[in-house]
Design a binder for this molecule. Structure first.
Ligand code: FAD
Length: 432
């Protein structure tokens, strides 16, 4: 295999990125632009992991200033994606900015009113923090404002909502599809059906990865396998990564009744007070989800990603999570109760960390290995931020304290909350 790859130019370093999803596609382009010869090594085919199974919502409404700034960077990148990736004229946008709406119910509607009241208080405080972090477009809306903008929402049941019109959702297949196309234009190579099975170390560093299609040497290695990352880290002699693969399901609700196709297509990504969410897939279907308690599955197989257990399947009568998700959404949006039903169920794995922030940093044991994983259900939106962090880590080394973002590089985001050796505090609250 090694001989099938063109040798790097004299003096040119080679970066080997493991896993061919959104993270590698975007990171690969930046590293290639910085002079690396980039080789992506993938166990199956491009998009074989979560990147092709994602709700791909994107928001800047996060719970810490660093993540808000990182996500402002991501939204700006995706707004200009076609320019960055030199897409063909007329190619579709990857970012649909329908906005992102978090609903907060009147506390007395719930069994735990104090918790709901506190959540709404914290949401309003977060809006202040988000605005102070540069997110000017975010706002807290009163129920009447929600009703006026989104007439399908049962506004009288609300205490209020938070709203950001520049958020929305992505077309993830286009993100990695166009990303890998651009990477190949920049001289990068993508080696598919080549699972990494082992490593060659020399002088305390990683010299090469062994794959089912041969050994691939490199100077820098990036573990971009997200839910598989702990296993791949072990294969490479790296650290134990606190990343838990957890199954999540997506449901497709078929439009019927009073809601028009035009209204449905204009839906923002909407989150109910108890965390169920939906966004338009097209004018006739809403994509929906609702996180449930689930045990980690550290040994999951690729095939398990598409396995839909009866308890979560729309095919299993009325007593299942699919119908419960639909009904939960209809509580806040009564017109959804007129829908024809749930027409499909899909699944995939989140890669959860204890605080729901990703792991972005050098391995403490293998000095030329960077991990970019543990996205906890946010890796599509965090892709451009992640790519920028890896690029700057590659240039500066492990001591880099902060990543610099913005057109002038004048926005600094502290990397401490993403380091592998951080002590995990309270989880990011803004997780669905
Ligand atoms: C149901 C669901 C809903 C989601 N919703 C959202 C959302 O709304 N917004 C958002 O931003 N994110 C969301 N996510 C998360 C997001 O999809 C992921 O975080 C993101 O796609 C991760 O991309 P990645 O490139 O890091 O990893 P992946 O796309 O998972 O790619 C990892 C790759 O590594 C490969 N691999 C594994 N082992 C090896 C090996 N030994 N050798 C070589 N290759 C290997 C795999 O085959 C895979 O292709 C969701 C995920 C799911 C499952």
């Amino acid at each position: 295999m090694t001989q099938d790859l063109p040798p790097p130019r004299p003096g040119q370093p080679r970066a080997v990125l493991i896993g061919a999803g959104i993270t590698s596609a975007l990171t690969g382009c930046l590293l290639a632009g910085d002079g690396f010869q980039v080789v992506v090594v993938e166990a199956r085919e491009k998009g074989a992991g979560s990147s092709s199974r994602s709700a791909a919502a994107i928001r800047q409404q996060f719970g810490t200033p660093g993540t808000v700034r990182g996500m402002i960077h991501s939204v700006r990148f995706y707004e200009r994606f076609r320019e960055h990736m030199r897409c063909a004229p007329g190619s579709p946008a990857v970012l649909v900015q329908n906005g992102y709406l978090f609903l907060y119910d009147r506390p007395e509607l719930h069994e735990d009113p104090a918790a709901h009241a506190a959540r709404w208080d914290r949401a309003r405080e977060r809006v202040q923090m988000q605005r102070a972090s540069g997110l000017d477009a975010v706002a807290a809306l009163a129920p009447a404002e929600v009703g006026a903008r989104f007439p399908w929402i049962d506004a009288p049941r609300l205490a209020g909502a938070t709203w950001c019109p520049t958020d929305g959702f992505l077309r993830p297949d286009l993100v990695y599809g166009e990303g890998f196309r651009r990477l190949e234009e920049l001289g990068g190579r993508i080696v598919q059906w080549a699972p990494v099975t082992g490593a060659v170390h020399r002088g305390g560093r990683l010299a090469a990865v062994e794959t089912a299609r041969g050994t691939i040497a490199g100077d820098l290695f990036v573990n971009a396998t997200n839910a598989w990352a702990p296993r791949v880290s072990r294969l490479l002699g790296g650290a134990d990564l606190p990343v838990s693969p957890v199954k999540r399901y997506l449901y497709f609700l078929q439009r019927a009744g009073s809601l028009t196709g035009e209204q449905l297509a204009s839906f923002p990504m909407t989150i109910t007070a108890r965390g169920a969410y939906c966004r338009p897939e097209n004018a006739d279907q809403l994509m929906a989800g609702w996180a449930h308690r689930a045990a980690a599955e550290p040994g999951f197989r690729h095939e398990d990603q598409d396995e839909v257990e009866a308890e979560y399947s729309h095919r299993a009568g009325l007593d299942n999570h699919a119908v419960r998700t639909w009904m939960e959404l209809a509580e806040s949006m009564p017109a959804l109760g007129e829908f024809a039903g749930v027409s499909a169920t899909a699944a995939g794995y989140y890669a959860d960390t204890p605080d729901h922030n990703p792991l972005l940093g050098y391995d403490p044991r293998v000095p030329n290995l960077i991990h970019a994983c543990g996205f906890s259900g946010h890796g599509a939106m965090q892709g451009p931020f992640t790519a920028e962090v890896v690029r700057q880590l590659a240039a500066a080394g492990p001591a880099l304290p902060a990543v610099r973002l913005g057109p002038e590089g004048d926005v600094a985001v502290d990397l401490a909350p993403f380091r592998l050796d951080r002590s995990f505090g309270a989880p990011e609250e803004m997780v669905i």
